[in-house]
Ligand binder design. Sequence first.
Ligand SMILES: Nc1nc2c(ncn2[C@@H]2O[C@H](COP(=O)(O)OP(=O)(O)O)[C@@H](O)[C@H]2O)c(=O)[nH]1
Ligand SMILES: [Mg+2]
Length: 254
Amino acid sequence: MHTNIYFVGTAGCGKSTLTGEFKTWMDMNGFQAVTINLDPGAERLPYDPDIDVRDWISLEGVMNEHGLGPNGAQIVCADMIALNATEIRDVMDTYDCHYFLIDSPGQIELFTFRRSSRELMKILGDEYSTIAFLFDPILSKQANGFVSLMLLALTTQFRFNVPYIPILSKSDILSDTEIELIETRAKDFSLLESDLRDSENKDNFVGIELVKSLGHIIDQQPIIPVSSTEPSGLEDIYTEIQSAFYGCDDLESY
Ligand SMILES: Nc1nc2c(ncn2[C@@H]2O[C@H](COP(=O)(O)OP(=O)(O)O)[C@@H](O)[C@H]2O)c(=O)[nH]1
Ligand SMILES: [Mg+2]
């Protein structure tokens, strides 16, 4: 049995860097983890993936073969990944490890909004899959930016229906006060609502009603501040994965 952790979030929020840093942290702490790159268009990665979708699919090849630009080709590639999922799974099965750290494509829509991603997740084994959803730090600072990311996270949760771990990425570029404010808003939507009313969006009826509804439909889960450069918060991600699958009282570490 293994756990698949998908790193998901908007372009540039730090998914690839965190995939690599979390692998380093796991190695240092004696946990067996394997990294998987799902981005066929990745030109440079901040880590050396153990399993790489580029071994099966080339963005440039798809562009040439189908006469497409990079955006169209990315969409074709996203669906091609699912077609190659069984082969990816076969390679995963050759590893004796407990954790697969899966780096999703740069643009979130290529993962979250493609039906093929759900198929891929199923074939790679969705029983123990979790989505580590990265909140961009700059967007998260503003009440309306944070609400927008919550909605994106909620959409992702809705489409995949697996446990999700909210992560505040690149927390090193935020002050302690900013981190505290974001952590409090994540736990207390009434504060988020009042901040939204106080902000430039005070007349934004849709935004305010959305926040009110969010409080009814999702658990107000703590957000984990993480920095890949310091690094910090990596152990908290690990603890959250453990509690998502094994419960808080009986942490099974391996
Ligand atoms: N300050 C800071 N920069 C980061 C951190 N993580 C990633 N970055 C930078 O953010 C940029 C985008 O990172 P990347 O991992 O490629 O994002 P992705 O598109 O989500 O995979 C790069 O320039 C990284 O060096 C972090 O924890 N702190
Ligand atoms: Mg990336």
